[in-house]
Structure formats: structure tokens, C-alpha cells
Design a protein around this ligand. Sequence first.
Ligand SMILES: NC(=O)c1ccc[n+]([C@@H]2O[C@H](COP(=O)([O-])OP(=O)(O)OC[C@H]3O[C@@H](n4cnc5c(N)ncnc54)[C@H](OP(=O)(O)O)[C@@H]3O)[C@@H](O)[C@H]2O)c1
Length: 202
Amino acid sequence: MDVGIFGAGHFGLSLAALFDRAGHTVHIAGRRPVQLSKTLAEQGLRHTRAESLDDVFDSSALLVGAVQWLDLAALAAQLPDLEGKIWIDPANPYTRAEDGSVSAVPTDGRPHSAIVADLVGRAQLVKAFNGFTTPMFRSGPLTSQGRIVAPIAGDHPAALCRVAELIKPTGFMPIIVGNLTDSVVLEPGGALRALSNPLIAP
Ligand SMILES: NC(=O)c1ccc[n+]([C@@H]2O[C@H](COP(=O)([O-])OP(=O)(O)OC[C@H]3O[C@@H](n4cnc5c(N)ncnc54)[C@H](OP(=O)(O)O)[C@@H]3O)[C@@H](O)[C@H]2O)c1
């Protein structure tokens, strides 16, 4: 499958590596394209291409918003109408300062996915991967207790199935936990995140 990723930082590059090694074709846009092409070559990602924002947009119906929470609105504003696109949303409302310290961004009690849904307009939003960390991608889906679950949530069954198909070859186990309202269980402090992190299917 083709998948587009916006943002080539810690998480975008980790997702690119995950999808690339699973046999997908990855189109990724960052703000430093020359450096990004070098990084992709150094990491041996043979199915991943550094592209412009517009080319990534055109590359696939599956698009990942791998930019920081406070950059999402500006990213969405740079993109054409997202009708027909599936927006895979790993974002958590945090901001990272220059010194690396992380702080929460207030969300006024709104479900995080509802805020992102407002930004991406007519795209079909699927919450996914927000409970993952980059070391989890590196160490892979299998643990001594079982397979790591990739919970996903969204309002559009066909979009959820497409995202599940994207995830399956990575070895992580996609499980649909419900619609976007239900996706609060995936937020930091949410019921599923509190249960165990990562979730393991024995
Ligand atoms: N890191 C994790 O372990 C983790 C875990 C779960 C979820 N997430 C989520 O994943 C998202 C990304 O996190 P991160 O840790 O990867 O942040 P990051 O390392 O700061 O990477 C974000 C990247 O997005 C780029 N960017 C910002 N606006 C852009 C635009 N308009 N077009 C293209 N690129 C743009 C930034 O470029 P510049 O370098 O030029 O600013 C930066 O390279 C966040 O929403 C976060 O909540 C991260």
C-alpha cells in the first residue's frame, strides 16, 4: 500500500521505517528535504521517498499527520481539500520546548480527536499509534507476553479497515476500539492507556 506521512521528526521517521520494512511504499514530507533524503538513505529505507507536501498529498488516500500538536493547524491549512482522504492521527496534545522539556497543551476537556477532526475538515479521521513510542517500533511487535496491539478508532468503517490493512503487515495487531467519541480511551490517562502500555494480546 502507499502511505503518506507529513512530518519527518522522531515519530514520522519511525513510522516510515515501520511501514517501509512491512513492504509499503512511503511518501514523506519534512521541512528539510535534502537532509531527509540523506537520512532515509542512511537508514536503508528503500521504499521511502522524501517528497514535497503536495506530492505526498497526491500519493495516497492514507495520510499520517506526524507533526506536533501545535503545528497541526498550520499543516492542515497548507493542504488542499481532504475529502476522500483518510487522516491517520497519532497526535497527543503536548508541546516540546527547545530544551526538550514536554508540557501539555490545554484541550478544554474536548476529545483530542474531535479537535483534530475540526482541523482536517472532510478527511475521514482514524486515531492510531498515539500510545506508541519510538522504541516500541524499533523493538517490534512481539514481546515475551504476546503481540503488541495497535488500537484504532474512527467513525468510518471502510477507513478503519484500510488502516487495519496498513498495520497488519507490520506485525502489530490492529484492533478497532470504537468510534471517535470512544477514542478518549486511547488518550493519555484514558482507560486503555491506563490498563497497560503497551497493550499486549497474549
Ligand atoms: N515521539 C513520540 O514518541 C510520539 C509518540 C506518540 C505520538 N506522537 C505524536 O507524533 C507527532 C510528532 O511527534 P514527534 O515526536 O515526531 O515530533 P518532532 O520530532 O518534533 O517532529 C515533528 C516534525 O514535523 C515537522 N513539521 C512541522 N510542521 C510541518 C509542516 N507543515 N510540514 C512538514 N513538516 C512539518 C517538524 O519540522 P521542523 O523540524 O522543521 O520543525 C518536525 O521535523 C506529535 O503529534 C506527537 O504527539 C509522538
